[in-house]
Ligand binder design. Structure first.
Ligand code: C2E
Ligand code: CA
Ligand code: CA
Ligand code: CA
Length: 277
């Protein structure tokens, strides 16, 4: 992709803005889903602030491209979201996450696992059936699965999104609002949704010590979440000072490099052993 910057054409291979690089990426992603060995999940712990215990993990996709190396999800998820490929990718992720959950359960570790759902997935009429089948296939209690959705996913089609989320919730699956603070937000929708967790976007958490507006937003999000009976999670907690400040504000759970980076599933058990020790 070429982009004019101050009149100079700059090659930005990471920006899939033009059609040819978009199509190339989609083709590669399709092949990666077929091949089955390029896309893996890393898991990042979510820590309860009151007792420092493990609340669960979030599954985050990783792509080891055969020639381009690691491609971050921020680069290919938005492209996949422009087509139906995101639905296939989501099922792929759910399968990997639930297979990992089965391994954890077999090791005696019922670790709740969260999977990110793209907005488009909430409009997929087959989603609930696919998830029901996968839970049955791996014999995973629904309460161990959490799905993270953004508010924009709900706002795109409130009626259908609410119907899908309600069906998922009725199965016993837990739901989170992701990236809270970044998009259009409506108290009315939040209140009506069967959601029990609010994740405050890391961009606000990271600057809450230096930016008064961000501090106000984080404080307000914690208050709003609690008023709606939700658990509040702070994303992107990178330092001890943030953790202390968040706990003082009544935040329930923290996630970020301060506690642990996303890691392969088989490393989680070892991490947990040293963490609790
Ligand atoms: P997200 O859902 O907000 O996920 C959190 C992102 O923050 C992850 O980036 C994680 O590695 C990063 N992170 C965690 N702690 C820290 C921290 O302390 N500091 C900083 N600077 N970053 C931190 P990642 O893995 O690159 O994923 C980026 C985004 O891609 C995710 O944002 C999510 O929107 C999307 N994504 C990742 N995996 C999936 C997936 O399986 N499905 C879908 N639909 N989207 C995914
Ligand atoms: Ca997320
Ligand atoms: Ca997030
Ligand atoms: Ca985010």
């Amino acid at each position: 992709a070429k982009e004019a910057k101050n009149g100079v054409a700059v090659y930005r291979p990471s920006m899939h803005t033009d059609d040819s690089s978009r199509l190339l990426l989609l083709g590669d992603l399709r092949r990666a889903l077929d091949a089955g060995d390029q896309l893996t999940l890393h898991y990042q712990p979510k820590i309860r602030l009151d007792d420092q215990g493990l609340s669960g993990v979030e599954a985050l996709i990783r792509w080891a491209h055969p020639t381009r190396g690691a491609i971050p999800p921020a680069e290919f998820i938005p492209v996949a979201e422009t087509t139906g490929l995101i639905n296939r990718l989501t099922l792929y992720v759910l399968r990997l996450a639930l297979a990992q959950e089965r391994a954890w359960l077999d090791a005696g570790l019922p670790i709740p696992v969260a999977v990110n759902l793209s907005p488009r997935c909430l409009l997929d009429a087959e989603l609930v059936r696919h998830i029901t089948d996968l839970l049955a296939e791996f014999a995973i209690p629904a309460a161990l699965l959490r799905l993270e959705v953004t508010e924009s996913a709900v706002m795109a089609n409130p009626a259908q999104a609410t119907a899908t989320l309600t069906e998922l919730h009725d199965l016993g699956i837990h739901l989170s609002i992701d990236d809270y603070g970044t998009g259009y937000s409506s108290m009315a929708y939040l209140k009506a949704l069967p959601v029990d967790e609010l994740k405050v976007d890391r961009t606000f958490v990271q600057h809450m010590d230096v930016d008064q507006d961000d501090a106000v937003l984080v404080r307000g999000a914690i208050e709003l979440g609690h008023n709606l009976g939700m658990t509040v999670v702070a994303e992107g907690v990178e330092g001890a000072a943030h953790a202390v400040a968040l706990q003082a504000l009544g935040c329930d759970i923290a996630q970020g490099y301060h506690y642990a980076r996303p890691m392969p599933g088989e490393d989680v058990t070892a991490w947990l052993r040293t963490y609790t020790a």
